[in-house]
Design a protein around this ligand. Structure first.
Ligand SMILES: [Zn+2]
Length: 380
C-alpha cells in the first residue's frame, strides 16, 4: 500500500545500518555514491530487488529518477558481499547500534500491519539485542510492556492469593487449585505474549515458533478462566461442571492445534484468528445460559456474578474487534505507529478482561465462603 510513498527518510537510518556503497552493485551502471558513503538499511536476508530499490531511493532521494532494474539474481560476488554485510549488521545489532526502519523495507516475514508506517525494529538475529530492545521505542514497545507488566501483576496477585490463610476457604486445597489454574493460564498467556513481541524480529523461524506459543497462550487463558468459574457456579451440581470442563478442554486443545498451522499467523488470517479465540471464549455462553435457566436471572446476577462475566466478555470482544479491524490505525495510518495502535489496545483489553474475570471469581469464592460448603435445597 505504500508503494508510492516518498520515504525520503535516509536520515532515519543510522549510518551503521546502511549498506556500504563500495559493496553495492551499481545496476544502472551509474556512479551513485562515493566509496565512503553508505546506503539502505542492512537487513539480515539479502533484500529483494524491490526492497533494495526502495532503500537506495532513501539515500538517493535527490536522484529520484534513479532505477535499479536489472538488479535481480545474486552473483557469487554479490552473495559474498551480502554475507559480509550480514556479519557487519549482526555486529552492530550486538552493540545495540540499530535504528527503527519504515514498513516498506521490512522483510516479508516482518510485514504484519501496513498501517504502521514507521518505527519498526529491523531483523535482529540476536536474542540479547531483542531483549535489549524492550527498553527502546518502536512499534512493539507498547505490546511488550502491556503484557510484561500484566504478567508481573498477575504473578503477584496469584502469589498473594495462594498464600491467603486457608481458613478463608471452604475447601482450601480444591479452591486454590482451581483458582491457581486460572492464574497459570493468565501468567502463561501474558508471558508467551511479551516474549513473542520481544523476539518477533529475531528471525523468521523464531518469530513463527513464538507466534504459535502466543496463540496457544490465549487458548490457555480462556481454558484456565473457565475452571474456577465452572467450579463455583456448579458447586452443587458437579455433573454438568465436569462435562463443561471436558468440552472447554477439547475446544481449547483444538484451538491450540489449529494455531500450529503456519498460515494461521499470517496477516490474511487476522480475522480467522480473532474468530477462533472469540468462539472459544463465547462457548461460555452455553454454561452461562444453563446457570441462568436453572438458578434464575436474579441469582445469576448476584451469586453467579454474571455482571462481571459480561464485563469480561465485552472487554475481550472489544479487544478482538479492534485487533481484527486494525482500529484506530486504519483511520490514521502512520499516526499510531508507536502508541495506541490496535494490537496494543487489544493487549490492554485482555489484561482488563482477565482482571474482571478474577474479580468475579473472587466474589464467587467469597459467596461460597459465606454460605458454607454444604448444598442445601436453597443453594442447589
Ligand atoms: Zn500480542
Amino acid at each position: 500500500m505504500n508503494e508510492s510513498t516518498d520515504l525520503g527518510n535516509g536520515s532515519i537510518l543510522e549510518p551503521a545500518l546502511r549498506l556500504r556503497k563500495g559493496h553495492m552493485p551499481d545496476p544502472a551502471g551509474q556512479e551513485i555514491l562515493d566509496q565512503s558513503s553508505e546506503q539502505g538499511p542492512l537487513l539480515v536476508e539479502p533484500p529483494e530487488s524491490s526492497e533494495l530499490e526502495k532503500s537506495s531511493d532513501h539515500v538517493g532521494s535527490d536522484d529520484a529518477a534513479h532505477e535499479d532494474e536489472g538488479f535481480m539474481g545474486m552473483l557469487p560476488l554479490q552473495a559474498h558481499h551480502a554475507m559480509e554485510r550480514m556479519e557487519e549488521f549482526v555486529c552492530k545489532v550486538w552493540e545495540g547500534r540499530w535504528r527503527v526502519i519504515p514498513f516498506d523495507v521490512l522483510p516479508d516475514w516482518l510485514k504484519d500491519n501496513d498501517y504502521l508506517l514507521h518505527g519498526h525494529r529491523p531483523p535482529m538475529p540476536s536474542f540479547r539485542a531483542c531483549f535489549k530492545s524492550i527498553f527502546r521505542i518502536h512499534t512493539e514497545t507498547g505490546n511488550i510492556w502491556t503484557h510484561l507488566l500484566g504478567c508481573v501483576f498477575f504473578l503477584c496477585l496469584g502469589i498473594f492469593y495462594m498464600f491467603r490463610p486457608n481458613m478463608s476457604f471452604v475447601a482450601p486445597v480444591q479452591e486454590k487449585v482451581v483458582v491457581g489454574v486460572f492464574f497459570l493460564g493468565a501468567i502463561l498467556c501474558l508471558s508467551f505474549s511479551w516474549l513473542f513481541h520481544t523476539v518477533y524480529c529475531h528471525s523468521e523461524g523464531v518469530s513463527r515458533l513464538f507466534s504459535k506459543l502466543d496463540y496457544s497462550g490465549i487458548a490457555l487463558l480462556i481454558m484456565g478462566s473457565f475452571v474456577p468459574w465452572l467450579y463455583y457456579s456448579f458447586y452443587c451440581n458437579p455433573q454438568p461442571c465436569f462435562i463443561y470442563l471436558i468440552v472447554i478442554c477439547v475446544l481449547g486443545i483444538t484451538a491450540i492445534i489449529v494455531s500450529q498451522w503456519d498460515r494461521f499467523a499470517t496477516p490474511q488470517y487476522r480475522g480467522v484468528r480473532a474468530g477462533v479465540f472469540l468462539a472459544l471464549g463465547l462457548s461460555g455462553v452455553i454454561p452461562t445460559l444453563h446457570f441462568v435457566i436453572t438458578e434464575g436471572l436474579l441469582k445469576a446476577a448476584t451469586m453467579g456474578q454474571i455482571g462481571w462475566l459480561a464485563l469480561m466478555a465485552c472487554l475481550y470482544i472489544t479487544g478482538a474487534a479492534l485487533y481484527a479491524a486494525r482500529i484506530p490505525e486504519r483511520f490514521f495510518p502512520g499516526k499510531c505507529d508507536i502508541w495506541f495502535h490496535s494490537h496494543q489496545l487489544f493487549h490492554v483489553f485482555v489484561v482488563a478482561g482477565a482482571f474482571a474475570h478474577f474479580h468475579g471469581v473472587s466474589n464467587l469464592q467469597e459467596f461460597r465462603f459465606t454460605v458454607g460448603g454444604g448444598c442445601s435445597e436453597d443453594e442447589m
